[in-house]
Ligand binder design. Sequence first.
Ligand code: HEC
Length: 203
Amino acid sequence: MDDRSNTIAGWVLAGGIVALGLSIVTGMYFHPEAPEKEGFAVVAEASGDAGGVAVVPIATLLATADVAKGEAVFKKCVACHTIAQGDANGIGPNLWAAMGKPHGHVAGFSYSDALKSVPGNWDWEGMDKWLANPKKYAPGTKMTFAGLGNPEERANLILYLNAQGSNLPLPPPPAADAAAPADAAGAPPAAAPAPVAAAAPAK
Ligand code: HEC
């Protein structure tokens, strides 16, 4: 009996040592992974925050936008807008060459104060936000249009609008696109457009 319990005690001890060894080894392997996972979580959150406004920057979408598709999207606007040069205003103003012009660009159209008081000109990002949600862009606007939820549709449409008398040069795609294709797709795009945006007005 003594021999046997010694043997059993020996195995239990050996098992304990093996278990201890395993937990140390797994500890060594698992701990280095933890910070990596946390890192990814932070990146995901960062891109989520940036995505609250625009998941993919309009400049990126414009690079692959399609004027013909934009013309088709414009059918949603023709109930209120003309766009050929010199055409009459409808419920909304004629939109010929609106891109690049101040908000409320047609002299003689009675715009809302809400839209006229938005500072600056119609640029790519402004037009994108306006078409996504007119009431958010200019609270109190007379344009009773719910907005276009699809970012690609908006990019196609804006490219079409720009081709009608404005022909502004396309914005440069965000630098992060070229520099870090897939790996850091979360953080850098959020950071990269800032220098571009900050640099543009300075020129
Ligand atoms: C129900 C009618 C209606 C529809 C549909 C509509 N708009 Fe408008 N739009 C207006 C009105 C009215 C205004 C003037 C808004 C104001 O003064 O607040 C306006 C203003 C605008 C302006 C500002 C022009 C300027 O001179 O500053 C743009 C750009 C514009 N609309 C684009 C569009 C596009 C693109 C579509 C289709 C996706 C569209 N709108 C659909 C009625 C409409």
